[in-house]
Design a protein around this ligand. Sequence first.
Ligand code: GTP
Ligand code: MG
Length: 202
Amino acid sequence: AQVVQAEFIKSSVRTEDCPSDGLPEFALVGRSNVGKSSLLNSLVRRKKLALTSKKPGKTQCINHFKVNDSWYLVDLPGYGYASAPQELRTDWNKFTKDYFLNRSTLVSVFLLIDASIPAKKIDLEYASWLGQNQVPMTFIFTKCDKRKKKRNGGKRPEENVNEFQELIRGFFETAPPWIMTSGVTNQGRDEMLLHMAQLRNY
Ligand code: GTP
Ligand code: MG
């Protein structure tokens, strides 16, 4: 299930503007700076296909990347970016939520969670919303290469992941699948590609 080809197709601000060729797609969503664009680059083995930045708020539209001419990876704006103007923030909420509920070719939402820090309230809120709305999803834990740091709660990624799993238990009838990844070491890349291949063949 390797990527042989990947290309940027288009940026959209509304669900209706997204590509209409009916190919299956997977959306990367998560807090600003969680590593959505880095993970996308790691999956397709290209350093700069999706633009990344130390400054949160880099990705601002629904960006479609076509893979192997047969499915899409979709890079979405991050949530919880406190310094974005309030107006912009609600807009992101509106259009990403509309996209989750109405995009018929969306196979699974990949909710990215930073494994190098303790669970954040806003991540729990998004997980809960997806669960309540029965949007098919997968948890993708990012930055699993990072060592524990006192200022980040002093826990290893594995410990943060276990705690997160406990906290979200009540949100889902059946626990969604989850994968540990790193855009730096490419941990989890093959597992993600296999997971997506299996979901596409349902
Ligand atoms: P927005 O588009 O602003 O919402 O951010 P994003 O989620 O796309 O994050 P992006 O990929 O731009 O990465 C944000 C920062 O985290 C960058 O400085 C990355 O180098 C860093 N980063 C991303 N993934 C990893 C990872 O797996 N490990 C480590 N150590 N750093 C990472
Ligand atoms: Mg981004």
